[in-house]
Design a protein around this ligand. Sequence first.
Ligand SMILES: [Zn+2]
Length: 63
Amino acid sequence: MKKIKVCKKCKALVESNLDECPLCHGKEFGENPKGMIIVLDPKNSEIAKKLGIGKEGKYAVKV
Ligand SMILES: [Zn+2]
């Protein structure tokens, strides 16, 4: 199973072998994402708006 970490800047879930977030190029990560949401359509997703997510992908609810 692949390990994941969570970008502190945009809350995206990132594979732990990457040292840069592919979405926002942030380099600060947290280790224990709490809850996960998959955003498929950020423009029409209330959760995405709430979390300030503008791109589709997998995100942690809390960092
Ligand atoms: Zn990021």
